[in-house]
Design a protein around this ligand. Structure first.
Ligand code: ADP
Ligand code: MG
Length: 217
């Protein structure tokens, strides 16, 4: 393992990266490259003591948990699935906002299935969240783990329903699905490695404070 004495911040490409840029700017941090066009996985910034690692969203808590990154930004969806153990979560950054919901094909009577106590099949990437949700309703479901494109599952008979993230609902509509239950509001959080917070407190705390001051309601 290579030693980097500064701050390593773990981010995922796409909306989390985009929506984190203003927060970084508030902390005086500007990436020198764009992860959408660069193939590099470690990006430098204008500050020699701050670097970014660009990873898959679901991997962010793991990098921070093990201290491979001092800080990271991860969706609540990802944090629930990870468990969040050992992670300090000082801020809800109020970015990458969406919601976790249950969706079914238009025409499938979900409420009737619930009333009958039918055992339905649910496809999702979010096994933990889905399990907790249906357990709290006293429903018996068979969960099928998928890694992407949950919307396809009910269309080809793999599942009766899905648990997935939605924001505008456009993807659901385009695939003939309707939202039937809201599970949880999702936004991204700042997560910090506990040991880093102690050992690099003078470096990390000003960044945390700058982020805190730049959060939009
Ligand atoms: P991946 O493609 O690696 O599965 P995404 O880029 O789709 O991950 O999502 C990364 C994070 O962005 C998610 O963990 C979630 O917190 C958030 N997110 C996902 N979908 C949406 C959405 N439709 N609107 C806003 N935020 C979202
Ligand atoms: Mg995606």
């Amino acid at each position: 393992m290579t030693e980097f004495g500064g701050i390593t911040l773990a981010l995922s490409k796409g909306r989390i990266f985009e929506e984190t840029l203003p927060l970084l700017a508030a902390a005086g941090i500007v990436p020198t490259e764009d992860p959408e066009t660069s193939r590099k996985l470690i990006l430098a910034t204008n500050r020699p003591d701050v670097r970014l690692v660009i990873i898959r969203a679901t991997d962010t808590p793991t990098y921070v948990q093990y201290g491979a990154a001092d800080m990271g930004i991860a969706g609540k969806d990802v944090l629930i699935e990870h468990g969040g153990a050992d992670l300090y979560q000082p801020l809800d950054l109020n970015i990458a906002k969406c919601r976790m919901c249950v969706a079914v094909p238009r025409g499938f009577d979900y409420e009737a299935a619930v009333r009958r106590g039918a055992r339905i099949r649910v496809a999702t990437k979010y096994i933990q969240t889905a399990r907790d949700h249906f357990a709290s309703k006293g429903m018996h479901v068979d969960l099928i783990k998928l890694y992407g494109s949950m919307e396809l599952a009910p269309l080809v008979g793999l599942a009766d329903a899905i648990v997935d993230l939605v924001s505008s609902g456009g993807t659901l509509r385009a695939n003939g699905l309707v939202e039937v239950e809201d599970i949880l509001a999702v936004s991204s959080r700042l997560i910090v490695n506990q040991a880093s917070l102690k050992l690099k407190h003078d470096l990390l705390q000003p960044v945390i404070d700058a982020f805190a001051g730049a959060i939009k309601p």
